[in-house]
Design a protein around this ligand. Structure first.
Ligand SMILES: N[C@@H](CCC(=O)N[C@@H](CS)C(=O)NCC(=O)O)C(=O)O
Length: 202
């Protein structure tokens, strides 16, 4: 079993943090997405979406999409649970993880991919106006998350979950936009708690 990943990229980081929280060590193979390693015929056979991360099992089965890779490890290694423990928790974790994906990580990645010259070959077509338009979506999501975190410790409720992992990978990735948390005091408190976990540096 191994995972194809790119160390600097936010989606593979989600899987690395997830594995660290589970106490699992899986071999990684570095793919240089900037050198278009994701676009080769060999890699496309593993993931037709040409993206990392990709988990390859010993029988050759491949699983891509960060959340699907994490789901595999949740099912094979249930402790500690990171997708919730009862129907309500599982639904809330799914709800917040999807929000973290669509309302945080996606706009942050889009703002970067559609405006940075280095991403021109990866993001086709690159539409600078769309990149700029995502800045206000990021502002709105940060305000919403800050408000939600007024009344609870973690993104999806009282327990740490994959929704926290997606959110911290997204928020940390704002660095490529030259952005950081400023007046979102609840999010800043939550981010400090994320940084204190050993998995943060995975
Ligand atoms: N929805 C996918 C997104 C994967 C993704 O966008 N990965 C980026 C790195 S963070 C990538 O492989 N980029 C290469 C490219 O754009 O060609 C997931 O959750 O794994």
């Amino acid at each position: 079993m191994k995972i194809y990943e790119t160390r600097i990229a936010p989606n593979p980081r989600r899987v690395r943090i997830f594995l660290a929280e589970k106490g699992l060590e899986i071999p990684f193979e570095e793919i240089d997405i900037m050198k278009l390693d994701c676009k080769t015929e060999e890699f496309t056979a593993k993931n037709p979406m040409q993206r990392v991360p990709v988990l390859e099992l010993d029988d050759g089965t491949t699983i891509s999409e960060s959340v699907a890779v994490c789901r595999y490890f949740e099912e094979t290694n249930p402790e500690p649970p990171l997708f919730g423990t009862n129907p309500v928790e599982r639904a809330q974790v799914e709800m917040w993880n999807r929000r973290s994906d669509f309302n945080l990580l996606f706009p942050i990645a889009s703002a970067f991919r559609h405006t940075h010259p280095a991403m021109a070959e990866l993001e086709v077509p690159q539409v600078a106006e769309w990149g700029e338009a995502n800045q206000s979506k990021i502002d709105a999501a940060l305000a919403l998350y800050d408000d939600e975190l007024k009344s609870r410790e973690f993104i999806a409720g009282d327990c740490y979950s994959i929704a926290d992992i997606t959110a911290i990978c997204a928020i940390d990735f704002m660095r490529v936009l030259g952005r950081k948390l400023e007046d979102q005091t609840n999010l800043i408190r939550w981010r400090e708690a994320m940084k204190a976990r050993p998995s943060y540096t995975a």
